[in-house]
Design a protein around this ligand. Structure first.
Ligand SMILES: NC(=O)c1ccc[n+]([C@@H]2O[C@H](COP(=O)([O-])OP(=O)(O)OC[C@H]3O[C@@H](n4cnc5c(N)ncnc54)[C@H](OP(=O)(O)O)[C@@H]3O)[C@@H](O)[C@H]2O)c1
Length: 228
């Protein structure tokens, strides 16, 4: 895979994704508003994975300028401002994977509810804010940070939605680098609104039952779960 930039890689979700991808041998750049914080997170991953780990840290804009596969793992309140900040640095032809969930907690509400986003979802908002020719893919909304940051197999399917079918395949391949994950083509980017809402449901289930829930999609032909 090409080098992966994880914006928000200092937070639990981005850090967990970065950790898993570095463990699988991928090269990752952690992005942060603060380059020192990004490097600190990279050092932690290096310590956990060992001397073969290919990981570094950069300020968000510098990180985007260095690679073509970007992951947004930031709180919704930071979403539009961060995208405006990185827009000039995003390289033509890049893929932006959006795992952001517009939780009502972003505006002081509950984490078990989502906000209405004018464009339909956070991922569709991203599609409006990136330069032309950049593909947006919604994925990884339902993988628990707690589980990603453990050594356990991740008992969760990743549903991947995009209007660019080639980008969908790239992201499915990337998602399945995480042990336990199956990555399923979930159709158009507009389906991201449903993925984002499922996370709010999972948060409610985690509170009610004191766990770290994920989702599994059953009943599809084997081919739907296969990544070539
Ligand atoms: N946690 C989960 O289990 C989980 C599961 C699935 C999806 N998600 C979604 O993934 C996203 C990240 O989740 P998280 O729990 O890791 O979030 P988080 O800890 O709240 O934030 C992640 C990182 O975003 C950066 N950030 C925070 N406020 C910012 C701002 N105003 N402007 C720019 N950057 C800012 C921070 O990095 P710096 O301070 O280093 O810049 C922070 O470490 C959220 O949208 C969440 O809903 C989370």
């Amino acid at each position: 895979m090409p080098t992966i930039v994880v914006l928000g890689g200092t937070g639990p979700e981005g850090f967990g994704l970065a950790l898993r991808w570095v463990r699988s041998g991928e090269t990752v750049i952690i992005g942060s508003r603060d380059a020192a914080r990004a490097r600190e997170a990279a050092t932690k991953i290096q310590a956990a994975v060992g001397s073969n780990a290919k990981v570094s840290g950069e300020e968000n804009g510098a990180a985007c300028a260095a690679a073509d596969l970007l992951v947004l793992a930031i709180p919704f309140e930071a979403h539009a401002a961060l995208l405006k900040h990185i827009k000039p640095a995003i390289r033509p032809g890049s893929i932006v994977i959006d795992a952001t969930v517009p939780l009502a907690a972003s505006v002081g509400g509950r984490a078990t509810r989502t906000l209405g986003v004018w464009q339909g979802s956070a991922a569709q908002q991203t599609a409006e804010l990136v330069p032309q020719g950049v593909s947006v893919v919604a994925a990884s909304h339902n993988t628990s940070a707690e589980v990603l940051n453990s050594d356990a197999s991740v008992d969760c399917d990743v549903i991947v939605c995009s209007d660019d079918t080639t980008a969908t395949q790239t992201v499915r391949t990337l998602a399945t680098k995480i042990p336990g994950v199956r990555a399923i083509d979930g159709g158009k980017l507009e389906n991201a609104r449903i993925l984002e809402q499922i996370t709010a449901l999972l948060i409610g289930l985690n509170i009610r039952h004191k766990g770290h829930s994920g989702i599994r999609i059953t009943g599809l032909p084997e081919k739907a779960y296969e990544v070539l």
